[in-house]
Design a protein around this ligand. Structure first.
Ligand SMILES: *[C@@H]1O[C@H](CO)[C@@H](O)[C@H](O)[C@H]1NC(C)=O
Ligand SMILES: *[C@@H]1O[C@H](CO)[C@@H](O)[C@H](O)[C@H]1NC(C)=O
Ligand SMILES: *[C@@H]1O[C@H](CO)[C@@H](O)[C@H](O)[C@H]1NC(C)=O
Length: 973
C-alpha cells in the first residue's frame, strides 16, 4: 500500500523526463535541418527586412498593443506580413484595420507615423494600410519609391492634404485605392480629406486596372479625362464625390475599351444628359452617375450599353420616360432611377424594360418620380424575378394587383406615398416567402386578411402607417419573430392591445403605433424589449409606466390615459427623449429622473404631478456632480409647488423651460442668469412667484420669450433688459432652436413627430396652439403682476418683439416716447395700469400692429391717427377708461379738452413721425422709411385683405407657418 504512491510519483517523473528529452531533441532537429541547408535565411525572414518592419512599428503610436504578434525572429510569421516561399523576402504587408462601416468606434487601428523604413522592403508588391487612423497625416511621398508595388490601398485611413505626385513612379501598380473622406477627428476638429490639383502623374501608371479616388477633391482640375484616358487597361474607375465640375461630351480616341465599372456619382456635373463620353463605353457593366445634376430627357444612348448590368441614374433632373430602346439591355439586373422626373404611366415604363433576357432584372428602384396610372392588371414578364420593387413617392393610383403575389423572389416591396387604394388580401402576400420589407405607408390601402392567416415569411420591416388595418388589431403580426421596424400608426385600429404583441415586438428597434384607438395596458415591464424608439402617442393606453427597455432612447407616450406615478427606475439609462404630456400621471417627480444623464427633452405637461421638484442631485457625492443634458423641459399644467426648482442649476444646456400653470412660489432665484445661460424660452405663467424681477435675469442674452404673467411679481422692470439680444436682434439660431425643440435623435430622421404641437402661446387674449413656429416668437409678457414704476425707455430697444403685454400692473409715468421703434410688434397691451401723459404719436409707426390695448389708464390728449392705427378692430375699446383722451375714434371732441402743450403737434401724425425718425438716427430712418412706404403703397390691398381675414394676426400666423414649412422642407431635403 505504501509503495503505490511512490510508484505513481516515479512514473510521473519519468514521463516528465521523457517529455523534456523529446522537446530538446525536437529543438535540435530543427537546428540540425537548418544547419543542413547552405542558406540559413531560407526558413526565416531576411534580417534587414525584419529591422525595417520593427522600425515601422516603432513609428506607430501605441505599437505594443496594436501589433502584439510582431516579435520573434521570423517576421514572415508576423500578422499581416507575407514572405515569398522561395526567397523569403517580404512581398506583402496587409495591415487593413477592422471595417470602419460596422460602426465599431473602439476598433483597434494603427495610428501615428508611417516610417520610411518601409523602403527597406525592396520586394514589397502589396501594401494595404486601409481602415486605420493616420489622423491629419499626409500620404507619405516615399511610398512612390516602393517600385515593386502592384497593389496599394490607403483608403479610409483619415489621410489629409495633397496626394503626392510621387505615386506616379509606381509604374507596376495595378490596383490603387485612395478613397478618402472628410472626417471629424478624435479631438472633434474637421479635416477636409485629400486633394489633388494636378493628376498628370496618374498617366504614368500604365498597368493600372483599378483606380479608386472616391472623395479626393479634384475640383480645380478641368481636364481630368484625358489623363484617365491614358490608362488603357483600366477596368474599374471610381471618381465619386471628387467635386468634378466638368465631363466632356465625347472622347475622340477612347482608350478605355476595357472599362467595366464607372462611378461618377456625387459630383457637380451640371449638364445635359447627352452627349456624354461615357455613353460610348459599351463595355461598361456598372455605371453610376447618381447625385449629379444631369438634365434633359433620358438619353437614347442608354440603349447602346448592351453590356450593362447595373445602371444608376438616381438624383438627377432627367425628365420624360425611360427610352424605349432600354429593351435592348439584355444583361440589366439592377435599374436605379430614383429622384428624377420620370413622368408617364407605370405601364409604359414596365413595357420598356428588357424582356430579351429571361428574367434577369432583379432590382427596380424608382422612388421619387412622377409615375402615374395604375399598376397593370397582369404580370409583365420582365418583373418575374424581381427581388426589389420600389415605386414609392410617385403618383400611382388604383389597386395593388394580385400578380404582386407571384413575384416569388421579392424581398422588398416598397410602394409608400402614392395614391394607391383598394384591398390587399392573403392572395397578394401568401406566396412571398422571401419578403423582408413591406412598406405601404401613406396610401389608402386596406389590408384585410383572415384572423388566422399566417404570413409565409419572416419580415424585418413593416411600414403600414396611414393604411387601413383596423378596427381589430392585426393578428398576423403575431407570427413575426425578426421584426426590427414596425409602423402601424394611424391605421384605424380600435381594439385592445393583445398580450402577444409585446412578445412579437420585443425585437423591434423602432416601434410606432401612434394615432389609433388602442386601449389596454402597457406590459408590467418592458425590460425584455429591444426598442430604441417607441411612439405610442395618441391612443387610449392606461396603467402605469413600466420599466423601459434598456436600449430605449426615444419614448413618446403623450395623449394617452396613463396613470400612477413615474417609475422609480426608468430602466433606460440612455433615454434622450421622454414625452408624456396629456396623461393622468400623478405623484411627485422622482429622483430617478436625475439618473437619465442623456435626457434632452422632457415633457411632463398636462398631468397631475404634485409636490415640489426634489433636488435629486443635491445628495450626490461631489465627484458625481455632472450636469444633466436637458435642453427642453416642460412641467406645465400640473400641481407642482415649492420654490423655483434648484435642480435646474445642474441644467446648463436648457433652452426651453416651461413651469407655467403650477403652484410654484417664492422669489425667482438670482442664479438663473448664470446657471441657465442658454435659456431662450422661459415661461413661468400662472404660478405664485413673488419678489422682484432679478436683475440677473437680464444676463440671459439669448432670451427671446419671457412669460411671467399671472404671478405676484413686484418692483420695476430692470433697465438692463437692453442686454436681451434675443429680443433686440434678429436671431439666426432657428436651426439650433428647432433642434432643441425636437431633440432626441441626432440624425433628425426619427424626431418625435408632431411634438412641437404641444406649445401654446397666449397672445391676443386667447391661447393658441403653436407648432414649430414658436421658435420665431419673440414675446415679453409681464401681465397680471404687481409691477410698479415707469416703463423704462429701454423697452424700445427690444425691436424683435412681436408681443408685448404689460397689462394689469401698476406702471405709472408716460408711455415711452419711442415705443414706435418696436416695428415688429403685433400685439401691444398696456391696459389697466396708471400710465399718464399723452399717447406717443410714434405709435402710428407700428406697421405690424394688429391688436392694441391702452384702456383703463390715465392717458390724456389727442389720440394719434394714421396708418395701422386706423385699421385696428373695435377702435373705441382700445382707449376706454382714459377720461382725458379725445379725438377719433372717441366721440369726445378735442376742442373741449385743455390745449396741448405748445411744440407738440398732435394734428399731424406725419410731422411727428419725421421728428421721431430724425431722433432715431439716420441709418435706422432708411430702413423704417422703406417699410413705411411699402406699406402705404400696399394699403389698398391691405385693407381689402383685412376684410377677408379675421385679423392681421392670423395673417402673420399663416405667413410664419408657411415660411416655417418651407424652411423645414429645405432643412430636411
Ligand atoms: C541562397 O540565397 C541566395 C541569396 O538569397 C540565393 O541567390 C541562392 O539561390 C540561395 N541558395 C539556395 C540553395 O537556395
Ligand atoms: C507558401 O507556402 C504556404 C504554405 O505551404 C502556402 O500556403 C502558400 O500558398 C505559399 N505561397 C505561395 C506564394 O506559393
Ligand atoms: C501638371 O504637372 C505636370 C507634370 O509635373 C506639368 O507638366 C503640368 O504643367 C502641370 N499642369 C498644370 C495645369 O499645372
Amino acid at each position: 500500500m505504501a509503495k503505490a504512491p511512490m510508484d505513481t510519483l516515479q512514473l510521473a517523473c519519468i514521463q516528465i523526463a521523457i517529455a523534456l528529452l523529446l522537446l530538446t531533441q525536437a529543438k535540435s532537429t530543427t537546428e540540425d535541418t537548418s544547419a543542413l541547408h547552405p542558406n540559413a535565411t531560407i526558413t526565416s525572414c531576411i534580417a534587414g527586412e525584419r529591422s525595417s518592419l520593427l522600425a515601422f512599428r516603432a513609428g506607430l503610436s501605441d505599437p505594443t498593443n496594436l501589433l502584439p504578434s510582431w516579435k520573434g525572429d521570423d517576421c514572415c510569421r508576423w500578422k499581416g506580413v507575407y514572405c515569398s516561399n522561395r526567397t523569403r523576402h517580404v512581398v506583402r504587408l496587409d495591415l487593413r484595420g477592422p471595417d470602419y462601416r460596422n460602426g465599431n468606434q473602439s476598433r483597434q487601428v494603427l495610428a501615428g507615423n508611417i516610417s520610411s523604413s518601409l523602403l527597406g522592403l525592396h520586394h514589397l508588391r502589396y501594401l494595404d494600410l486601409s481602415q486605420n487612423r493616420f489622423d491629419k497625416k499626409q500620404i507619405p511621398e516615399f511610398i512612390g519609391s516602393l517600385h515593386q508595388l502592384r497593389y496599394l490601398d490607403l483608403s479610409w485611413s483619415q489621410f489629409t492634404g495633397r496626394i503626392p505626385p510621387h505615386l506616379g513612379n509606381l509604374s507596376n501598380l495595378q490596383y490603387l485605392n485612395l478613397d478618402t473622406n472628410s472626417y471629424v477627428s478624435v479631438d472633434s476638429s474637421f479635416h477636409s480629406g485629400t486633394y489633388s490639383t494636378n493628376i498628370t502623374w496618374l498617366s504614368r501608371l500604365t498597368s493600372l486596372e483599378h483606380l479608386d479616388m472616391t472623395g479626393v477633391n479634384l475640383s480645380t482640375i478641368v481636364h481630368w479625362l484625358p489623363v484617365v484616358n491614358m490608362l488603357s487597361i483600366l477596368k474599374v474607375l471610381l471618381l465619386s464625390d471628387c467635386h468634378l465640375r466638368s465631363s466632356p461630351g465625347s472622347l475622340l480616341l477612347s482608350n478605355l475599351t476595357s472599362l467595366e465599372t464607372l462611378d461618377l456619382s456625387e459630383n457637380k456635373l451640371h449638364k445635359h444628359g447627352t452627349p456624354n463620353w461615357f455613353w460610348d463605353l459599351t463595355s461598361l457593366k456598372y455605371l453610376d452617375i447618381s447625385f449629379n445634376a444631369f438634365y434633359g430627357p433620358f438619353p437614347d444612348e442608354i440603349g447602346n450599353m448592351t453590356s450593362i448590368v447595373e445602371l444608376n441614374l438616381g438624383e438627377n433632373n432627367l425628365v420624360g420616360m425611360i427610352p424605349s430602346n432600354l429593351k435592348n439591355l439584355c444583361n440589366l439586373e439592377r435599374l436605379y432611377c430614383y429622384s428624377n422626373n420620370i413622368d408617364g404611366s407605370i405601364t409604359e415604363l414596365f413595357n420598356r424594360l428588357p424582356s430579351c433576357s429571361k428574367n434577369k432584372l432583379q432590382k427596380l428602384f424608382l422612388p421619387y418620380n412622377n409615375l402615374t396610372g395604375s399598376l397593370p392588371t397582369t404580370l409583365v414578364e420582365p418583373l418575374r424575378n424581381l427581388s426589389w420593387l420600389d415605386l414609392s413617392e410617385n403618383k400611382l393610383t388604383g389597386h395593388v394587383p394580385v400578380w404582386i403575389g407571384e413575384l416569388k423572389q421579392l424581398t422588398r416591396l416598397v410602394l409608400n406615398s402614392n395614391n394607391l387604394d383598394g384591398v390587399m388580401h392573403e392572395s397578394h402576400l401568401s406566396r412571398l416567402a422571401m419578403l423582408k420589407e413591406l412598406t405601404l405607408s401613406d396610401n389608402s390601402i386596406a389590408i384585410t386578411v383572415s384572423p388566422t392567416w399566417v404570413p409565409p415569411s419572416s419580415l424585418t420591416m413593416i411600414q403600414l402607417g396611414s393604411c387601413h388595418l383596423g378596427p381589430k388589431f392585426p393578428t398576423w403580426l403575431r407570427w413575426q419573430k425578426n421584426l426590427q421596424n414596425l409602423d402601424i400608426s394611424n391605421t384605424s385600429i380600435n381594439d385592445i392591445i393583445p398580450d402577444w404583441f409585446w412578445t412579437a415586438a420585443s425585437s423591434v428597434e423602432s416601434l410606432n403605433i401612434r394615432n389609433n384607438q388602442i386601449t389596454g395596458f402597457l406590459p408590467s415591464t418592458m425590460e425584455f424589449m429591444r426598442a430604441e424608439e417607441m411612439d405610442f402617442s395618441s391612443n387610449q393606453l392606461g396603467g402605469p409606466i413600466p420599466k423601459l427597455p434598456i436600449t430605449l432612447t426615444d419614448l413618446d407616450l403623450s395623449r394617452n390615459n396613463l396613470v400612477g406615478p413615474l417609475p422609480l427606475d426608468f430602466g433606460a439609462p440612455g433615454l434622450e427623449t421622454l414625452i408624456l404630456y396629456n396623461n393622468m400621471i400623478s405623484g411627485a417627480i422622482p429622483s430617478s429622473l436625475c439618473k437619465l444623464r442623456s435626457l434632452q427633452l422632457l415633457d411632463l405637461s398636462r398631468n397631475n404631478l404634485n409636490g415640489s421638484v426634489s433636488d435629486c442631485l443635491v445628495n450626490e457625492s461631489s465627484t458625481n456632480m455632472t450636469d444633466l443634458s436637458i435642453v427642453n423641459l416642460s412641467f406645465r399644467n400640473n400641481n407642482l409647488s415649492g420654490e423655483f426648482p434648484s435642480l435646474l442649476q445642474k441644467c446648463p444646456r436648457l433652452i426651453f423651460l416651461d413651469l407655467g400653470h403650477n403652484q410654484f412660489s417664492g422669489a425667482l432665484p438670482s442664479w438663473i442668469g448664470e446657471k441657465l445661460s442658454s435659456l431662450s424660452f422661459l415661461r413661468l405663467r400662472s404660478n405664485m412667484f413673488c419678489g422682484h424681477i432679478p436683475v440677473e435675469l437680464t444676463k440671459l442674452v439669448d432670451l427671446q420669450y419671457l412669460d411671467l404673467a399671472y404671478n405676484n411679481i413686484s418692483g420695476s422692470i430692470p433697465r438692463s433688459i437692453i442686454t436681451w439680444t434675443g429680443m433686440t436682434q434678429t436671431s439666426d439660431n432657428f436651426f439650433d432652436l428647432e433642434h432643441a425643440l425636437t431633440s432626441g435623435s441626432e440624425d433628425g430622421e426619427s424626431q418625435p413627430v408632431g411634438y412641437a404641437e404641444n406649445f401654446t402661446i397666449l397672445t391676443k387674449g386667447q391661447e393658441r396652439f403653436y407648432t414649430g413656429e414658436i421658435i420665431y416668437m419673440v414675446n415679453l409678457d409681464l401681465s397680471c403682476n404687481s409691477l410698479t414704476g415707469e416703463i423704462p425707455e429701454e423697452i424700445s430697444t427690444l425691436m424683435e418683439l412681436k408681443n408685448l403685454n404689460l397689462s394689469w400692473n401698476n406702471f405709472n409715468g408716460k408711455i415711452p416716447e419711442n415705443v414706435g421703434a418696436l416695428m415688429k410688434v403685433e400685439s401691444l397691451d398696456l391696459s389697466h395700469n396708471d400710465l399718464s401723459g399723452e399717447i406717443p404719436s410714434s405709435l402710428s409707426a407700428l406697421t405690424s400692429l394688429s391688436r392694441l390695448n391702452l384702456s383703463y389708464n390715465n392717458l390724456r390728449g389727442k389720440i394719434p391717427t394714421g396708418n395701422q392705427l386706423q385699421t385696428l378692430e373695435d377702435p373705441a375699446s382700445i382707449y376706454i377708461g382714459n377720461p382725458g383722451l379725445c379725438g377719433p375714434p372717441l366721440s369726445v371732441n378735442c376742442s373741449s379738452q385743455p390745449e396741448p402743450i405748445p411744440g407738440e403737434n398732435h394734428g399731424d401724425a406725419s410731422g411727428d413721425l419725421v421728428s421721431f425718425f430724425l431722433a432715431m438716427g439716420s441709418g435706422y430712418v432708411m430702413g423704417l422709411w422703406v417699410v413705411f412706404c411699402t406699406f402705404l403703397f400696399k394699403k389698398r390691398w391691405r385693407v381689402s385683405w383685412y376684410s377677408l381675414c379675421d385679423s392681421l394676426y392670423d395673417w402673420v400666423y399663416v405667413q410664419v407657418a408657411v415660411t416655417w414649412t418651407s424652411f423645414r422642407g429645405k432643412v430636411n431635403a
